[in-house]
Write a protein that binds this ligand. Structure first.
Ligand SMILES: NC(=O)c1ccc[n+]([C@@H]2O[C@H](COP(=O)([O-])OP(=O)(O)OC[C@H]3O[C@@H](n4cnc5c(N)ncnc54)[C@H](OP(=O)(O)O)[C@@H]3O)[C@@H](O)[C@H]2O)c1
Length: 267
């Protein structure tokens, strides 16, 4: 039973899949993807109305069961307690952390606002890392589980106009990779996903060109495939993997020049 949901996302009596950030567009697309496979879902988000809407859509799409939890991830202690409660009630074999906050420096600002830097650190690094640690320890005891962490291709580059976003996602990427190595001998797979641009309202709010823009539905399908394979790292679309190599290979002065040249005017 346990193995089949990990392979297929399908089961006659499936364990719920935990989806954090389900009220968002990528999270919603992931929820719908698994709903069409007949999964049971535990959807977490903050906006209760959007969560209710996506929960209804998932029921219509074929989810066998949908539970929702609305909470603010910035309250990290409450978040960890909620993970423990939900996992005690019914253990998760698969958890996808697709929450996140985007931001770029305001026009004319010298650096990003300190309070905003703190918010991004909490939502993009502290909360997802703590959730993954709590779930990882629990899954390791059961010798079964998959944790998927949605990072960003922004983590590959020291973006001077999105310092907090690039920095928090880079920290999350390193955490995910280390956790993967830590947990693999205990039967737990950790998959890091580093997407380029996905066509969501959050992405559209950020000015500038968005090459190789992907639909949330396509991103969700690719993430589900990588999850099924237990892939260590999905970088999508693939040219972002090439850009990562270029960033690493360039001498510092050339890389700094390029990143300054890519900075939108006024930022
Ligand atoms: N869109 C892109 O181009 C792109 C590219 C690379 C990586 N990503 C990553 O993909 C993930 C999803 O992005 P998206 O574009 O789908 O963004 P989105 O629609 O804004 O979704 C973000 C999700 O995070 C949740 N969230 C934010 N702050 C929260 C908080 N304090 N407490 C609880 N939940 C909170 C939101 O909940 P509420 O809406 O309920 O507040 C929402 O469910 C993020 O990690 C993002 O960094 C996106």
């Amino acid at each position: 039973m346990k193995q089949s949901i990990l392979r297929n996302g399908l089961n006659n009596n499936p364990k719920p899949i935990l989806l954090i950030g389900a009220s968002g567009e990528l999270g919603g697309a992931l929820a719908t993807h698994y709903a069409t496979l007949g999964a049971a879902l535990c959807l977490w988000g903050r906006d209760a109305d959007r969560l209710a809407t996506i929960a209804n859509a998932c029921r219509i799409a074929g989810a066998t069961r949908v539970d929702v939890r609305s909470l603010d991830l910035r309250d990290v202690d409450a978040t960890i307690a909620a993970i423990a409660r939900d996992d005690d009630t019914e253990p998760f074999d698969l958890a996808i952390i697709a929450s996140g906050l985007g931001d770029i420096k305001a026009v004319g600002a010298l650096v990003e606002d300190a309070a905003q830097v703190a918010q991004l650190g909490l939502v993009n690094f502290v909360a997802p890392s703590a959730i993954a640690a709590e779930l990882g320890a629990r899954m390791a005891k059961r010798k079964l589980g998959k944790i998927v962490i949605i990072g960003s291709a922004a983590a590959f580059h020291a973006l001077p106009f999105a310092i907090a976003y690039a920095g928090s996602k880079a920290g999350l990427a390193r955490f995910a990779d280390a956790l993967r190595i830590n947990l693999r001998p205990h039967g737990v797979f950790v998959t890091l996903v580093s997407p380029g641009f996905i066509d969501t309202a959050a992405a559209r709010k950020v000015a500038g060109p968005k090459p190789m823009l992907m639909s949330p539905a396509r991103a969700a399908r690719l993430i589900a495939q990588a999850t099924q394979r237990g892939q260590a790292h999905l970088i999508t679309p693939w040219p972002f993997a090439f850009l990562r190599l270029v960033d690493r290979a360039l001498p510092r002065f050339a890389r700094d020049w390029l990143l300054r040249a890519l900075t939108p005017p006024g930022r």
